[in-house]
Design a protein around this ligand. Structure first.
Ligand code: SF4
Length: 153
């Protein structure tokens, strides 16, 4: 199994403290984070992903908006540059604790946050990073991730 994620959610994961749009959304998000921390790999997707899933029944929600698709493109480019690897759609990526530390460092410096412009959570995420991510739940996997039939790298 893999967790299907759109690119900008690689950023949002870093500052997830258990809050979100609805109780169902946050409960689902917590389960996904636990799976990632236990070593499940990520498959990058275009558009709505496993985090979006509980919100997709709401026609007004932003998951399919063009502005969010742009957010994905910006995050994909900056994170790929940071990690020194392409973030191709459909490719599995291992979110190791080492990579999460690398992303946290860059996020806190503002080096991979172009995608955050205009986001309603931006001040919260800045504050969370400023606290050294102390309240966050996503730490990455300490073990080699599994990616089903795909080999994560
Ligand atoms: S500011 Fe918005 S896009 Fe950026 S990490 Fe926070 S929730 Fe995600």
């Amino acid at each position: 199994m893999t967790v299907r994620l759109r690119a900008h959610h690689l950023l949002c994961l870093l500052t997830f403290v258990g809050k979100g749009y609805t109780p169902a959304f946050t409960a689902h998000y917590r389960r996904l984070v636990a799976r990632l921390n236990e070593g499940e790999a990520v498959e990058l997707v275009e558009g709505p992903d496993d985090i979006c899933a509980p919100m997709l029944a709401e026609p007004e929600h932003h998951c399919r908006n063009a502005s969010v698709v742009r957010r994905d493109a910006l995050a994909r480019a900056e994170i790929a540059g940071l990690l020194g690897r392409p973030l191709d759609t459909g490719r599995a990526i291992a979110l190791t604790a080492e990579r999460v530390e690398q992303m946290r460092w860059a996020f806190a410096k503002g080096a991979i946050r172009t995608a955050c412009a205009g986001c309603q959570w931006s001040a919260f995420c800045t504050e969370t990073a400023g606290e050294g991510f102390a309240r966050t739940r996503f730490a990455g996997s300490a073990i080699s991730p599994s990616g089903g039939c795909r080999t994560p790298d």
